[in-house]
Design a binder for this molecule. Structure first.
Ligand SMILES: [Fe+2]
Ligand SMILES: [Fe+2]
Length: 293
């Protein structure tokens, strides 16, 4: 990866940014709403090029930071120090929305990071289309969660949040297949397992704005998991590797802990992840999803 090209292009108004440079810009923008606005503008620009309505954008290369820029708030704590609140209470519902907003902001950075960090790996353009689309959707998800928090008199940054969320990105910074195995195929697949329970929490409280927002998230997250599975299988096929064996090996190497049932087997299947990928990595004893404990 080189930064020479990125600096030359970024400094010249005549040279449009490459996709990798756009990704780096998003990663180095700290404020959540600014980050997502920039992310959506860059995504629209990329798709205008892909539709033939704008000049060519090179994939290019960039030097993404190891940690993306983040706002001063929320305070980031170890998971065990983040206070747990009962989801049936108003404080619990705010905490749940806050936790999802934090996940979504991380997801915006994760999807731009896979573009910036692995743009030197020869991949079909469809690989970049998928992650730009996912980043655009995560940006909308973050904004939707912020809107819900603000409607309840809160805001993103009011509560502490989980510090560990970038660990998967750091651990897989040099390994594209590891990144695909752990981020979309484990962490985002986990979102498919727990989101229906969250929707129920807000449905019971008659908070339709949050129900509607979480329904959007739930529907769109299936495709993010599917993109992970698609490109993971693509890379296995290119190197003549057994996808299930490689998946188990990479998750064992990079993911700290077991996968927690119950699994949303139907949505996981829709996203292209068969049961023999995740059941062998599961805890034996079913536990409640952490977000609802
Ligand atoms: Fe999302
Ligand atoms: Fe996602």
């Amino acid at each position: 990866m080189t930064s020479d090209a990125s600096q030359t292009n970024a400094d010249s108004p005549d040279s449009p940014l490459s996709l990798a440079q756009m990704a780096q810009q998003v990663l180095t923008t700290a404020d959540g709403r600014e980050k997502t606005a920039l992310s959506r503008r860059h995504a629209a620009h990329w798709f205008a090029y892909r539709a033939g309505d704008a000049a060519k954008i090179e994939v290019g290369t960039a030097s993404p930071p190891l940690h993306p820029a983040r706002p001063d708030k929320p305070e980031l704590l170890n998971p065990r120090d983040v206070p747990r609140r009962r989801p049936g209470s108003e404080a619990g519902r705010k905490a749940l929305l806050h936790a999802v907003a934090h996940i979504e902001l991380n997801a915006v950075d994760l999807h731009w990071d896979i573009i910036a960090r692995f743009s030197h790996v020869p991949m079909p353009l469809g690989f970049f289309d998928d992650w730009v689309k996912a980043a655009d959707e995560e940006s909308n998800h973050f904004n939707l969660m912020c809107d819900c928090l603000e409607a309840l008199g809160s805001y993103y940054g009011e509560l502490p949040a989980h510090i560990g969320m970038w660990r998967a990105a750091e651990d897989t910074a040099e390994d594209l297949m590891g990144r695909l195995a752990v981020v979309p195929m484990v962490l985002e697949a986990r979102g498919l397992d727990v989101t229906p329970g969250m929707i129920e929490v807000f449905r019971k409280a008659k908070l339709t704005q949050a129900v509607d927002a979480l329904e959007v998230i739930y529907a769109e997250e299936v495709s993010h998991v599917a993109y992970g599975s698609k490109w993971f299988h693509f890379l296995c096929g290119r190197d003549n590797l057994d996808p299930k064996e490689v998946f188990h090996d990479l998750v064992g190497r990079y993911f700290h802990g077991h996968l927690k049932p119950p699994f949303n087997e139907e949505k996981r299947a829709e996203a292209g992840i068969p049961p023999d990928f995740y059941w062998p990595l599961a805890d034996e004893i079913p536990v409640k999803p952490p977000a609802l404990r």
